[in-house]
Design a protein around this ligand. Structure first.
Ligand SMILES: *Cc1c(COP(=O)(O)O)cnc(C)c1O
Length: 351
């Protein structure tokens, strides 16, 4: 391999078991199926059209998203998963370096290295909140997952505006993969702050992780730069079936909003139950909770749950090695999680 890539350490995706049926609470997918409109759009006649290339402009998706978010179609960039939007954004705007938190989405470091960019790691505070002042005047691009994964915590959108205002010549990438579960979007800022780029995904709240659709919203000039990179590397980045699914999903907004409300109710229930079992767990604004127990080893809990058919996400990185990130699923799934943890505690004799 070319020398510049020999030291890459690639991203490790969460386990996607294809055999045994787990209660799958490890990669923040939706427990609910795509909407009826999506199921109808992904049909035989669409499949027959697969002999033709997809629309390289992604205009049908841009149009519905622009209407949904009150922006112009040329302020929208549509990608093969939001990971692709993040990669193009790093590639386009990261030449002076890219800053991000120590505890955040692990993919940021991987794509920074992939693009040969300098990473500046800004540790979260002791309580795992993010201090926006530490991003002001750093003279490089930054990416903030808001709400953050895996902590579930959010920076107020006005503080994002302050970061952008501190240095209009560098881009602030706001990764809002989880914003639909109670967060607030920075999209309303993009007209005033031409260096804010908001990145969204269809993978979490819109039940389309397997379709791979994401998008970025920002000033037309930023979007033009991203389009240049796309047309220089993968012009047909979104396939025909996924595009049809994405358009239908945006049209079926009410169905997904209802699902998000259900997830938020299940989240409140789960957090309360985990606390009764002695877990430390902050209030989350996402479709997962991040929890640790003073008397239970995080890695062992992950393995014990896996043995009993429940998959959660454990990270080895030292600062968070006692935590597990648990996706919020259906009420039944969460009841199964809680009763399994209770059994483990009874067997292990911990409080
Ligand atoms: C899941 C996730 C993504 C990636 O989503 P895809 O659209 O599936 O590529 C991006 N950012 C964060 C913080 C995520 O958790």
């Amino acid at each position: 391999m070319n020398s510049r890539f020999r030291n890459l350490s690639p991203y490790t995706p969460g386990e996607q078991p294809q055999g045994r049926k787990y209660v799958k609470l490890n990669t923040n997918e939706s427990p609910f199926p795509p909407s009826r409109g999506v199921l109808e759009a992904v049909n035989r006649s669409e499949a027959e059209l697969l002999r033709l290339y997809s629309d390289p402009t992604s205009d049908p998706v841009k149009t519905v998203l622009a209407e949904r978010y009150g922006v112009e179609p040329d302020q929208v960039f549509v990608t093969n998963g939001s990971d692709e939007a993040l990669n193009y954004a790093f590639m386009a705007f990261g030449e002076d370096g890219i800053a991000y938190a120590d505890v955040t989405y692990g993919f940021y470091g991987v794509i920074a290295d992939f693009n040969g960019l300098t990473s500046r790691i800004i540790p979260l505070e002791e309580d795992m909140t993010l201090d926006p002042d530490k991003y002001k005047g750093i003279r490089m691009a930054c990416v903030i997952a808001n709400p953050n994964a895996p902590t579930g915590l959010m920076v107020p959108v006005d503080r994002i505006a302050d970061i952008a205002a501190s240095d209009p010549s560098h881009v602030v990438i706001v990764d809002e993969a989880y914003v639909d579960f109670g967060g607030e979007s920075a999209i309303r800022l993009i007209r005033e702050y031409k260096n804010i780029l908001v990145v969204h995904t269809f993978s979490k709240s819109r039940s389309l992780a397997g379709a791979r659709v994401g998008y970025a919203i920002g000033d037309e000039a930023l979007i033009r730069d991203l389009e240049t990179l796309k047309y220089s590397s993968n012009p047909y980045n979104v396939n025909r079936i996924s595009m049809a699914a994405a358009v239908a999903a945006v049209r079926d907004g009410e169905y997904y909003r209802k699902n998000c409300r259900t997830i938020m109710e299940n989240r409140a229930w789960t957090v309360a139950e985990l606390r009764k079992l002695g877990f430390f767990c902050r209030d989350s604004l996402t479709n997962f909770v991040f929890a640790e127990h003073p008397d239970m080893d995080g890695r062992k809990l992950y393995l014990d749950l896996k043995e009993r058919g429940i998959l959660v996400r454990h990270f080895d990185s030292e600062r968070i090695s006692n935590y597990n990130r648990i996706t919020i699923g259906t009420r039944e799934q969460m009841e199964q999680l809680i009763s399994t943890i209770r059994e483990l505690q009874e067997q292990g004799g911990v409080s």
